[in-house]
Design a protein around this ligand. Structure first.
Ligand SMILES: [Zn+2]
Length: 590
């Protein structure tokens, strides 16, 4: 979906002609279940107006833009799972059948859906051309229809849809290298255009195939593409607005208002299924930019210039000359006030658990934040509001010894303090910790990864400016406890930590991120200044939002098993308490 690049022929046959993103802002999908083929990641239901194939606007074959047709099909599926009736599944199936029939079966373009019209405007593409965005969106449609119908033709076609994504755009595929890694080209151009929204839509197709059909190969593709997107996402951030594409235009191609909003929504959706600090930072930046009318004015001034169009508001354009150096703009500090709380668990070079990130990955995340101007703080600092404009609190749950061995050196080098939430009754026992979710690693070669820190090691962290905080006494699932047991878990851990550390234990993280109103209230009564939850959301002292960071490689495999856990969580009191869909943590065992 592109604002600048359009089919040459426009009019009533173009579905986007009537549904501008301004009048129908695309939001995060309402039925997303991380790790499961269900609701699509952004809500496209408004794209499907009538439940019968073909849609009335479908142009002749050589004029079709496949992303429009795929989005119509996904929108129909979305209406079906929202309970609007079987006819919507039939409509989605009609679109799926169309794509199975139209797919190239042989040759270098095997798996592709070809476009028969040239693309003018920003990018010159001569037919037949293919689009990674179309490949991905059709794969998302086909995997879902396959899941509902069990018809293997859809599965086979979805698997084939990914083939062009693995072939260089210089050789007829849609892959281009960005920062040394593969990125999916909505418009395969030379030099590459790297259209952000299309690349993300393509990635979601890969993700869906990895969940539904091919966890190995598509799972690896998904993990690789996530790494590439995360380590390059800053390139689409010009310091006051998002950028539509990275083609070497004479002037950066700043996104239209609608595409800026879409970028933000897509990154928020990514945080649902594959949380990364890079996405969080960039999404937060984009949201802040949107809040500033001045920035919007600047964006439109630049956008108009890049299109060689006279700005509508000459006076505004005159007052807002853009400059090449847009980073580090002075902005009222209130706008920048933003704290980011990250939740890690173990740090290990080898442990293949979703709870562990490698020291190298941790370093990448934190170096990026430091580059963005984030300043470190403890979780208690954040709760007290004792922070500068842009703050990151790096937290570690569970008290793994690996945090001292592998995280502490990295953080010290970067000058960042940390917060470690420890189940106080298990620290220093010299035996692997155990609770539901980690005990599968007992009696394996990874058993030592479950070793707790010693109190001496924790004092060493404290001396370096870290906060040692509570993760209860025994890593209990708090909402399930009696009042007495709950009081003991909260107060005994707090007392023990205060005693060992020689100072107050100020904050708490709920094991499994699991809490309810009673738990929050008792945490407050026990004397904690605040408590950390395990999901993003509005800031509230006793369920402070955090971004959970897990290992993706394990995550791909874990997600295959996670769907029932996610369903259970959805129906739990906690799940219902999450008033906003993007808060669902998904695949988190601890
Ligand atoms: Zn935990």
């Amino acid at each position: 979906m592109a604002s600048a690049p359009r089919p040459t022929k426009r009019g009533s046959t173009d579905p986007d002609f009537f549904s501008s993103a301004r009048s129908f802002p695309i939001t995060v999908g309402t039925n997303v279940r991380p790790g499961e083929l269900h609701g699509y990641y952004v809500d496209l239901s408004f794209k499907a107006e009538t439940p019968s194939w073909p849609p009335p606007w479908l142009p002749p074959r050589d004029q079709q833009l496949h992303v429009s047709t795929a989005q119509w099909g996904i929108g129909a599926y979305e209406r079906y799972i929202a309970g609007e009736g079987e006819q919507w599944l039939e409509a989605a199936r009609g679109a799926a059948d169309h794509f199975v029939k139209e797919q190239v079966r042989d040759g270098v373009r095997r798996g592709a859906w070809l476009h028969g019209m040239p693309m003018h405007h920003t990018f010159l593409l001569r037919p037949p051309w293919i689009s990674a965005m179309a490949q991905g969106e059709v794969a998302s449609l086909l995997t879902r229809v396959h899941k509902e119908t069990g018809d293997d033709r859809y599965a086979e076609s979805a698997l084939m849809a990914l083939e062009p994504l693995r072939i260089s755009s210089l050789r007829g595929g849609t892959e281009a290298l960005l920062g040394g890694g593969p990125f999916y080209e909505e418009y395969p151009t030379d030099p590459p255009s790297f259209v952000l929204n299309g690349g993300i839509y393509a990635m979601w197709g890969v993700y869906d195939v990895s969940i539904g059909l091919d966890p190995d190969r598509a799972g690896r593709d998904w993990a690789d593409s996530l790494d590439v997107l995360a380590s390059n996402i800053h390139r689409w951030d010009c310091g006051y607005w998002s950028i539509y594409d990275l083609f070497p235009h004479p002037v950066p191609n700043v996104a239209s208002s609608a595409y800026h909003l879409l970028h933000t929504t897509q990154l928020r959706a990514m945080q649902l299924i594959a949380p990364r600090p890079e996405f969080e930072v960039t999404a937060s930046n984009f949201e802040r930019y949107s809040q500033s009318r001045l920035n919007e004015g600047r964006a439109f001034a630049t956008k108009s210039a890049s299109r060689m169009v006279v700005p509508r508001n000459r006076l505004l354009a005159h007052r807002l000359p853009w400059s090449e150096s847009r980073r580090g703009q002075k902005v009222k500090s209130g706008r920048l006030a933003h704290s980011l709380v990250l939740a890690y668990h173990a740090v290990s070079p080898h442990w293949p658990s979703s709870l562990a990130v490698t020291p190298g990955r941790l370093r990448e995340h934190l170096e990026m934040l430091v580059r963005y101007g984030y300043v470190g703080a403890t979780f208690a600092d954040v709760i007290r509001g004792d922070v500068s404009a842009k703050t990151v609190a790096v937290t570690f749950d569970d008290g793994f010894q690996s945090v001292i061995k592998h995280a502490f050196p990295v953080m010290s080098e970067l000058g960042l303090p940390g917060t470690i939430f420890v189940p106080a009754g298990l620290m220093g026992l010299g035996a692997p910790m155990r609770w539901s979710g980690i005990d599968k690693w007992l009696d394996t070669e990874w058993e030592n990864e479950l070793m707790p820190a010693t109190w001496d090691e924790l004092r060493q962290l404290q001396d370096a400016g870290w906060e040692i905080a509570s993760h209860t006494w025994s890593h209990a699932r708090l909402p399930q406890l009696s009042d007495d047991e709950l009081a003991t878990e909260l107060s005994r851990s707090r007392d023990r930590i205060s005693q060992e550390m020689g100072g107050p234990c100020e904050t708490l993280a709920y094991p499994y991120g699991d809490y309810d109103d009673r738990v929050r209230e008792l945490a407050r009564e026990t004397g904690y200044a605040g408590a950390a939850s395990m999901h993003p959301g509005p800031e509230s002292p006793y369920c402070w939002p955090r971004i959970g960071i897990y290992s993706i490689d394990e995550g791909v495999r874990y997600r295959l098993k996670a769907s029932s856990a996610v369903r259970r969580l959805r129906s739990s009191r906690l799940g219902q308490a999450l008033e906003y869909r993007r808060h669902l943590p998904g695949r988190h065992p601890s």
